[in-house]
Write a protein that binds this ligand. Structure first.
Ligand SMILES: Cc1ncc(COP(=O)(O)O)c(C=O)c1O
Length: 374
């Protein structure tokens, strides 16, 4: 239990479960669902997000790092678990010991995994990542057949999946996306001619899962949408998602400032008239991006209020509109619903010139997470 503090994040695991069911309903029966819970479940809590999604029909979990995978195992979740990028070769014994499936992109890593599997007397599955055009990680398309044939001779390791990742699945009508889809299909066909049929071919992130059924293959890998957030403008109106995170605090001080007085570092906001100002003890160390200073809305008493002055490391200030009675301890909503008003993550992302993914991950920094029901 965290110590008392006037700032917290509320997570609704029921909303995550509903979103997983909604996303799964878009895929043909028999399609596996990977819940992507990296970056601490996009700020929602990896273990709780994993439990909620597994309960709603996910069968795989996806993470980014070995530590994230170990956290899942330490929580007692024993099912299929994939690290979505190739980890350092030094990690192979840990992976084998904890049944963590690795993504493979290099022969060096595959050899180390093979040696570890042989030492342990095990057959260890891996997923091969193919770079179909994002140019981030993966074996280049032209090198896949040779690489797979080389990998086939390694003892102790078994090709369980072949995967790729899209750079522009959220951009309607994008040519590069169509080319990635085609290249991935070509790779699968080329493997078939070598009589290599991995159990799972997978490519679709949230945007592709929602917008491009032809990319579903044997499994989809959803992150952002299972948290109730849209991967981009194109999915609005295509699916009903329930945001699972709200960010809340309490007013820690209310005061009057006089005409011309400034507020916060640099005194960038100056009172055009005597003004009531509320302080909220949440700042950029909690994930409120400083670039939102003097721009973001905040809900108090069911009203949209203006945040004023620079966002500090631990606190921010809000202009209380005339006639609104705000007192010490009143609830403040930075993201979520209060009365009839609502602030969504996308609104803050737009103001900060970033994406909802980054805003959501940021709130995990220092705020206590409270799990609530709906
Ligand atoms: C390899 C891979 N698959 C799936 C996802 C999930 O993507 P999204 O959150 O857009 O659904 C990610 C996230 O970045 C990823 O890196």
């Amino acid at each position: 239990m965290a110590s008392p503090r006037y700032g917290w994040v509320e997570i609704d695991p029921g909303a995550i479960a509903r979103n997983v069911r909604t996303l799964k309903a878009l895929t043909p029966p028999g399609t596996a669902f990977m819940a992507v819970v990296k970056a601490d479940g996009y700020g929602h809590g990896a273990v709780e997000a994993a439990r909620a999604s597994l309960g709603a029909g996910a069968s795989w979990l996806g993470v980014a790092t070995v530590d994230e995978a170990l956290e899942i195992r330490e929580a007692g979740l024993t099912g299929p678990l994939l690290i979505l990028a190739e980890p350092p070769a030094e990690a192979v014994d840990l992976l084998v010991r904890h049944d963590i499936t690795a993504t493979v992109t290099t022969r060096e890593f595959a050899s180390a995994l093979s040696r570890s599997a042989v030492r342990a007397g095990r057959q260890v599955p891996y997923h091969l990542k193919v770079d179909t055009g994002m140019n981030r990680i993966g074996v280049r398309v032209a090198d896949v057949p040779d690489t797979v044939i080389w990998l086939r001779d390694l003892p102790g390791v078994v090709l369980d999946g072949v995967m790729t990742h899209f750079a522009t699945a959220d951009v309607p009508g994008d040519w590069e996306f169509a080319r990635q889809v085609e290249r991935f299909a070509d790779v699968i066909a080329a493997l078939r001619t070598e009589r290599i049929r991995p159990r799972l071919a997978h490519a679709a992130n949230s945007a592709a899962t929602i917008l491009h059924p032809e990319t579903h293959h044997d499994m989809v890998r959803c992150g952002i949408a299972m948290y109730g957030l849209h991967p981009g403008g194109a999915t609005y109106g295509r699916i009903d998602l329930a945001p699972a995170m709200s960010v809340k605090g309490r007013v820690s001080l209310v005061k009057r400032v006089g005409l011309g007085e400034g507020v916060s570092y640099g005194l960038t906001w100056q009172a055009p008239a005597p003004t009531t100002v509320a302080t909220v003890p949440i700042g950029y160390a909690d994930g409120v991006h400083r670039v939102l200073s003097n721009r973001m809305p905040v809900l108090i008493g069911g009203h949209r209020c203006r945040q004023i002055g620079r966002v500090c490391m631990d606190q921010l200030m809000v202009e209380v509109p005339d006639g609104l009675d705000v007192r010490l301890g009143d609830e403040v909503v930075l993201v979520g619903q209060q009365g009839e008003e609502r602030i969504i993550m996308d609104e803050l992302a737009g103001l900060a010139d970033t994406i909802n993914y980054e805003i959501a991950c940021g709130f995990a920094l220092r705020l206590e997470r409270r799990f609530v029901g709906s």
